[in-house]
Design a protein around this ligand. Structure first.
Ligand code: GLN
Length: 541
């Protein structure tokens, strides 16, 4: 029998509901429970695939190829689980299903309504995921803020779930903000009270309040919140701002949330194993070394657009006992005539990230040229591989004007081109090579050393590929093709020799990195960056 925890948010958006949900999941994983995380998103887009990273942040890709909200990345990283397409439900998906059913005649002439048809579809999807994942506990986060019109059907569905599966099998966690005002940093509980009133109006009484706050809550404030909101004092969880997000589960555990949830849901009482998590948080907070990695991208104004890359670098820092300082570099800025060294010369490593469309492409190519020539550790991801191939074709093979068919129509040397099967695709949604694909690593390459094996699997999200007509020429000029699809048709990874670290992959390895299991390619980059810095320091001393 699965237990259900529903996480809602109040007062303001961007309050850290995703991290709260992920951290709660970690508490249960520490106790050995099987947890299925889920995100219920009120937007009408069917999935996040068509949403701009500028507006919405990163599109997170699952093994089974779903393009989802970045919160699924938090769930996977904190809980060390793999989400699936069913882990993400949007209003768009719900209505598509209901309208298709109506067209098929499934409702037998009935009037199709939000209650019960839309809410039934939401509940069906929740139960289906619990079954698919054989979950002891399903934790579903409801996107948006209580009071939004859009999220009402989801809230109504979870309200009904309590009646359907019973009080002791469902729990409502409400994440709110406790602001401070005035010169004395007076703690204010009114916004939280109002947000809970709003929830109650809908028929949901929260069992736990997670209170986001910058200051520690005095006990009288906690009692006041408890009294006004009808939540026991031990379930008013103070969540103060911490220096790393990975510390949040530890603060929850300390506040007693883990034991409270286990009691409340009548789960089996088990010891919480915190050893590994405490160790990694300790390293994160007190690293022995540091390095600076530049990330060149075209959506760097939104801090969330490259979320998984930033987290993967942080994870790689843990195993290298190094703080990884990330410097975001907008690729446009490398195109206005300023020489690349003015942005890149004090870096210890460089990542050129994923992206779509032509803007900023020449800046990325310039940055890669600099990294290749100056032997700056370089790691290219997806478009980062494609631009590395273009750079190599132009500047090493001498193919002037080499480019990707995505950037210009009919380039003289289309070293990156559209996959034949993509040529016919007209619809944008989910029309890419998506999800996990196997890759054979070539023996004797750096990739083999890093992965420690020859058969790997990574997640993908792209339409374009290295053009095989140029494969031989690239190799003749020294490019190493270090990873290929099992049928040899697709170039998956490249390297350049006589360089401390020049690796690029067509995949998105950042999606598989976990704090407790950093990704080998990111680990390799950070190791090379730390070594470069140490060498530079010792050459100066
Ligand atoms: N725009 C490129 C493609 O579609 C790269 C995509 C990416 O970086 N994820 O192939």
């Amino acid at each position: 029998m699965t237990k259900y925890i529903f996480v809602t948010g109040g007062v303001v958006s961007s309050i850290g509901k995703g991290i709260a949900t992920a951290s709660l999941g970690r508490l249960l994983r520490n106790r050995g429970f099987t947890v299925a995380p889920m995100k219920l998103d009120p937007y009408i887009n069917v999935d996040a695939g068509t949403m701009s990273p500028h507006q919405h942040g990163e599109v997170f890709v699952t093994d089974d190829g779903a393009e989802t909200d970045l919160d699924l990345g938090h769930y996977e990283r904190f809980m060390d689980v793999n989400c699936t397409a069913g882990s993400s439900l949007t209003t768009g998906k719900v209505y598509s299903a209901v309208i298709s059913a109506e067209r098929r005649g499934d409702y037998l002439g009935g009037t199709v309504q939000v209650i019960p048809h839309v809410t039934n579809e939401i509940k069906r999807a929740i139960h289906a995921l619990a079954k698919e994942q054989e979950a002891d506990v399903l934790i579903a986060e409801i996107g948006g803020t209580v009071g939004d019109i859009e999220s009402l059907p989801f809230l109504e569905a979870i309200r009904q779930m309590r009646t359907d599966v019973g009080h002791e099998n469902t729990m409502f966690v409400h994440v709110t903000l406790i602001p401070t005002v005035g010169p004395w940093q007076e703690v204010k509980t009114k916004p939280t009270q109002h947000s809970v009133y709003k929830l109650r109006e809908i028929g949901i009484a929260p069992d736990v309040l997670v209170c986001r706050t910058d200051v520690s809550l005095p006990s009288d404030v906690r009692e006041k919140i408890s009294l006004f909101c009808g939540v026991p004092p031990q379930a008013v969880i103070e969540s103060t701002t911490v220096s790393t997000i990975y510390e949040v589960p530890l603060t929850y555990e300390e506040a007693g949330l883990g034991d409270f949830v286990v009691d409340r849901l009548k789960l089996e009482k088990r010891d919480a194993n915190l050893v590994q998590w405490k160790q990694l948080v300790d390293t994160l907070k007190n690293p022995k070394r540091s390095c600076t990695i530049g990330v060149v991208g075209k959506y760097t104004t939104n801090g969330d657009a490259y979320k998984s890359i930033a987290e993967a670098l942080t994870h790689a820092g843990i195993s290298n006992d190094s703080h990884v300082h990330i410097r975001w570099i907008e690729s446009d800025n490398l195109e206005n005539g300023t020489p690349p060294e003015s942005f890149l010369q004090d870096l210890d490593g460089l990542v050129v990230g994923p992206g779509f469309g032509g803007r900023g492409i020449e800046g990325k190519i310039e940055a890669i040229r600099y990294a290749r020539e100056e032997k700056l550790p370089f790691f290219g991801i997806c478009l980062g591989l494609q631009t590395a191939v273009i750079e190599f074709a132009r500047n090493v093979c001498g193919l002037e004007g080499a480019n990707s068919e995505e950037m210009v129509e009919k380039p003289p040397y289309p070293v990156i081109h559209l996959l034949p099967e993509q040529k016919e695709v007209k619809e944008k949604g989910a029309s890419m090579r998506l999800g996990a694909y196997p890759c054979n690593i070539v023996h004797g390459t750096l990739a083999e050393k890093l992965y420690g094996g020859q058969r790997i699997e990574e997640r993908h999200r792209h339409r374009y590929e290295v053009n095989n007509d140029f494969r031989e020429m690239l190799q003749n000029h020294g490019m190493i093709i270090s990873g290929v699809s099992p049928d040899y048709r697709l170039v998956e990874m490249i390297e350049v020799g006589d360089h401390p670290f020049f690796v690029a992959t067509q995949a998105h390895p950042e999606f598989k990195s976990r704090p407790n299991r950093p990704h080998p390619l990111f680990e390799g980059l950070v190791k090379a960056a730390v070594e470069r810095k140490a060498n530079l320091v010792s050459s100066v001393l």
